[in-house]
Design a protein around this ligand. Structure first.
Ligand code: TXA
Ligand code: MG
Length: 348
């Protein structure tokens, strides 16, 4: 693990580390690097063997395609067929926490895109990520740097918990700013847009930039038996800690009653900051994790995966958490939390 400071990125020491990382990638190796969303497990996106190595290191099924990370928005045209909708999205949100799905050109091997005719493209804003892609001169394929099925890592310690010994280099860039994975949109052949995974960039912001946005049903609901996932990642149990998570939809008083009635030992709760002390006073044995203030979805997003990973180390019998609203960035929290809870929601 090598530490890199964003404000010293131009210095010789940092440049040497980045050059070394780029050389590892060029030779087909794997490098974990920070982005503004979550850490990525990177390999050369134009190298089929690197894609296979990524799937192996993550324990990920090879039918779940990878996102390719580019240095500049205009580089998308080298690897995909772009259009006006892409240009509008790029202008509004790139570099930044958004991924677009476009028809792939032949220079992206089928292994990277898991056999699909399309490929996911993202131009990250994080300076370490961009500097690394720039040094490579090829796009970096990178899923989140967790073992398949675990919450995405948002700091280097959580990366190391899953990935130590499985990759050639880990770049420690501190905590990720956003803490949730990018918003994913599919640009259809007719230029219309479908939201496949909500994130920091909200449906409201997308609509303001491009007009209509369809929201894939799997964003908020379970796939029906036999339903084909628009994004292969939708069909896997995801973001899941080992302990069962139960989402509580009700007032604080109703939640307190519910937790009391359940009477579980070694239980935990994820609570809005305003409610933390009230819960601790009501249940001295309960482990309470502060989620962030009510209404501050950015703070909650920043904390969610961190909390789920910390909670996992304590083998809680159950983790109670509030059911988020579905507006704004709340939709991204809702989407991750219903998966972490395997759709277990209790209306109080
Ligand atoms: O913020 C992020 O997006 C992070 C950082 C590292 O960039 N990456 C990330 O990658 O979250 P990953 O692989 O964990 O999630 C990518 C999702 C998967 O659910 C995958 O199924 C979907 O994107 N995906 C990738 N290519 C696709 C395609 N061609 N069509 C539909 N879905 C696709
Ligand atoms: Mg992932």
């Amino acid at each position: 693990m090598i530490r890199l400071d964003r404000d010293k990125i131009g210095e010789a020491g940092s440049q040497t580390i980045l050059a070394e990382a780029a050389e590892i990638l060029r030779r087909g190796g794997l490098v974990i690097f920070p982005t503004e969303t979550v850490y990525g497990l990177g390999g050369n996106a134009t190298d089929p063997a690197a894609a296979k190595a990524i799937y192996a290191a993550k324990g990920r099924p090879a039918d779940n395609p990878l996102i390719i990370h580019i240095e500049k928005p205009e580089d998308a045209g080298t690897y995909t067929y772009t259009n006006d909708t892409y240009r509008r999205i790029a202008e509004a949100f790139m570099p930044g926490p958004i991924t677009v799905i476009l028809r792939a050109r032949d220079n992206i091997p089928v292994e990277t895109r898991a056999g699909l005719p399309t490929v996911a493209v993202r131009c990250p804003k994080d300076e370490i990520a961009r500097a690394l892609i720039g040094k490579c001169g090829f796009p970096i394929a990178a899923p989140s740097a967790n073992l398949s099925g675990s919450p995405s890592p948002t700091n280097a310690r959580h990366v190391a918990d899953d990935m130590n010994g499985r990759v050639d280099m880990i770049i420690d860039g501190g905590e990720c700013e956003i803490g949730l994975e990018s918003t994913i949109v599919k640009i259809e052949e007719d230029g219309s847009l479908t939201l496949l995974r909500p994130g920091r960039i909200t449906p409201e912001e997308l609509r303001a930039a491009v007009g209509q946005v369809r929201i894939a049903s799997a964003v908020t609901a379970e796939l029906r038996p036999g339903e084909v996932a628009l994004s292969p990642g939708m069909k896997y149990r995801h973001y899941a800690p080992k302990s069962p998570v139960i989402l509580l939809d009700g007032s604080l008083a109703a939640c307190v009653d519910f937790i009391r009635r359940e009477g579980k030992s070694n239980a935990a709760a994820i609570a809005y900051s305003e409610d933390v002390e009230i819960l601790r006073a009501a249940f001295p044995e309960l482990t309470v994790y502060a989620f962030g203030e009510k209404g501050d979805e950015a703070a909650q997003a920043h904390n969610l995966f961190f909390i789920l990973r910390e909670a996992d180390k304590r083998d809680h019998s159950v983790i109670y958490a509030p059911l988020p609203k579905r507006s704004g960035m709340g939709l991204a929290l809702y989407n991750r939390m219903i998966r972490a809870a395997a759709h277990h929601i209790v209306s109080l």
